[in-house]
Design a protein around this ligand. Structure first.
Ligand code: PEP
Length: 251
């Protein structure tokens, strides 16, 4: 992990969680408080229906919240969508954009993801911009070039005065229990860091680069120890307080 960067662990609940799930947030808050509070930034991205109630439980424990997606517009005739302003109004501080499930299920392109990141900044949110290769792309030896291309097109050219977080999530590792080798994570995160520094200079050096894809208590410390891994984006293991707390504690 890069010493001067405050790590970030973000939980992506996806389309999981009703009122009962708030009990896990309460439990996580208790576990964190018992340990003297989190030593990294902790973000939970629940379904939008839970944002406000989650914030009430999470904020006293030093946990902040995020959305899982946002529209590019602030308001309008976009049935079923949610704007970055609405997420901010509900107390969110972050928003995931370009998750591979959005890219696959909703045909989201890099250009759209970039517009969503711009919309997030306009609302005062920090976008967590996801990139990652498919298994076929990795098998073909193209993983790094695919991810660097996504990065070039998905990250806005101008985000001065704002922050971005990058999440490298190999598509084939999400929800499968499979993870890349440490050497593959090193190669990818170093390449991402190089691209960000080449394009954005010092801001690229301090940008948090998360790893995501089947991170769990048993592999978190090995992954989080890798240079240029500045935290994790956690799906399944973020739904249970004990597992998510173990990952946070591995930082
Ligand atoms: C994700 O969907 O962002 C993710 C990392 O999921 P999981 O941890 O379940 O693989």
């Amino acid at each position: 992990m890069t010493a001067e960067i405050t790590p970030l662990i973000a939980g992506n609940w996806k389309m999981n969680g009703t009122t009962a799930a708030l009990g896990e947030v309460q439990k996580l808050a208790g576990l964190l408080a018992a340990g003297g509070g989190p030593r990294c930034t902790v973000v939970i991205c629940p379904p939008a229906t839970l944002l406000e109630r989650l914030n009430e439980l999470a904020a006293p424990a030093g946990i902040v919240s995020g959305g899982q997606d946002c529209h590019t517009a602030t308001s309008g005739a976009h049935t079923g969508d949610i704007s970055a302003q609405m997420l901010a109004d509900a107390g969110a501080q972050y928003v995931i954009v370009g998750h591979s499930e959005r890219r696959t299920n909703h045909g989201e392109t890099d250009a759209l993801v970039q517009q969503k990141a711009v919309a997030a900044h306009a609302a005062g949110l920090v976008p967590i911009i996801c990139v990652g290769e498919t298994e076929a792309e990795r098998d073909a030896g193209n993983a790094v070039s695919i991810v660097i291309g996504q990065l070039e097109r998905s990250v806005p050219d101008d985000w001065s005065g704002h922050e971005v977080v990058i999440a490298y999530e190999p598509v084939w590792a999400i929800g499968t229990g499979r993870t890349p080798t440490a050497a593959d994570i090193v190669e990818m995160h170093d390449a991402i860091r190089g691209q960000l520094e080449g394009r954005f200079g010092a801001r690229g050096s301090s940008t948090r680069i998360l790893y995501g894809g089947s991170m769990k208590p048993s592999n978190a410390s090995e992954i989080l120890r890798i240079g240029n891994v500045n935290g994790g984006l956690v799906g399944g293991a973020s739904l249970l307080a004990n597992d998510f707390h173990a990952i946070i504690s591995a930082v």
